[in-house]
Design a binder for this molecule. Structure first.
Ligand SMILES: Cc1cc2nc3c(=O)[nH]c(=O)nc-3n(C[C@H](O)[C@H](O)[C@H](O)COP(=O)(O)O)c2cc1C
Length: 172
């Protein structure tokens, strides 16, 4: 898809067909877009964990109580390690959340480009996820998304609810 069109059309999908799996090749293409994301100092402090076994899906689905989330055949979790992320020397700001948000952005754009629905989710219960994934102390989840085919396709509307440029753009 043309990149500008992709930016205009990408939408959060909250209605998945549980019977339609995402083919392995397409899944890998989507996750590769996360791998290619920029990160501070190119530290790449991430891992991409794909939940698709019935056991793991059941455990991870408990972290966010929306039926559409539970319907998705795949849940992708981006796991970060703050010890691997860059620290700004002036004030020790750690770039982990920024790096992982960019990786997730690549992923949701790549998913739409492949005709696969996604929805960036942060409102999950981190404790449930930590237990389900048996995370170590240095590992933390900074974003998850269901991946799957929308029941009713994409809306293909270019009508995003966004503030107008005139309100948010400043030339100084
Ligand atoms: C950091 C972040 C966290 C989000 N968390 C959630 C969430 O927990 N649940 C949800 O349904 N949508 C979540 N969203 C999706 C936003 O609601 C959505 O991107 C926004 O309303 C704009 O709609 P659009 O993605 O269709 O353009 C999140 C998006 C971002 C970027």
């Amino acid at each position: 898809m043309d990149f500008t069109q992709l930016l205009e059309q990408r939408e959060s999908i909250r209605d998945y067909d549980p019977q339609k799996p995402v083919p392995a090749g397409i899944l890998e293409k989507i996750i590769n877009a996360g791998r290619l994301a920029p990160s501070a100092c190119n530290n790449q402090p991430w891992e991409f964990w794909v939940m698709q076994s019935p056991e793991m899906l059941e455990k991870v689905r408990a972290c966010y109580h929306r039926q559409w989330f539970k319907d998705a055949p795949v849940i992708l979790v981006i796991v970060g390690d703050a010890d691997l992320a860059w620290n700004r020397p002036f004030d020790r700001y750690n770039s982990i959340e920024t790096d992982l948000a960019i990786a997730m952005t690549h992923i949701i754009l790549a998913a739409e480009n492949e005709g696969v629905g996604a929805c960036y989710i942060e409102a999950y219960d981190p404790e449930i996820l930590k237990k389900a994934l048996e995370l170590k102390d240095h590992q933390k989840v900074f974003g998850i998304t269901p991946l799957g085919y929308p029941n009713n396709g994409f809306s293909k509307k270019n009508s995003k609810i966004r503030k107008p440029l005139s309100q948010i753009l400043k030339y100084l």
